[in-house]
Write a protein that binds this ligand. Structure first.
Ligand code: MG
Length: 131
């Protein structure tokens, strides 16, 4: 990974962890005095807007086309950029709310594993087990 490499000029070296990304986003907002706009409501709305932009990149594609979207450098680049936007707002929202995103996702995965045991759901898209 980049972390063990030589130092990079400020701003050119990406964060290696979600915590480092959160730190960088916090600094970005502080430098611009934008924390005042980063309320949970505003960040959640911005997150939703970016998810909409991601959906817009995929909405008219067939399932097969969507599975190959990254083969097209232009379309793939747009998908990548929107996912970056989604990540930014999700990580910023979690930081403002004091939520450890990896732990929250891990907790949800643990719960999903309990609700959807392999032996009962493997190969099935059926949901809503009564647990
Ligand atoms: Mg966007």
């Amino acid at each position: 990974m980049h972390r063990d490499g030589p130092p990079h000029p400020a701003g050119t070296h990406g964060p290696a962890t979600i915590a480092e990304l959160a730190d960088r986003l916090r600094l970005f907002a502080e430098e611009r005095d934008w924390q005042q706009f980063h309320t949970p409501k505003n960040l959640a709305m911005a997150l939703s807007g970016e998810v909409g932009e991601l959906l817009a990149e995929l909405q008219w594609l067939t399932p097969q086309e969507s599975a190959r979207v990254m083969v097209d450098p232009v379309a793939g680049g747009r998908v990548r950029a929107e996912m970056g936007d989604v990540m930014i707002y999700l990580v910023r929202l979690a930081d403002v709310l004091g939520i450890d995103l990896v732990q929250a996702a891990t907790d949800k995965l643990t719960d999903a594993a309990r609700r959807y045991p392999v032996e009962r759901v493997r190969g099935s898209a059926a949901k809503a087990l009564d647990t």
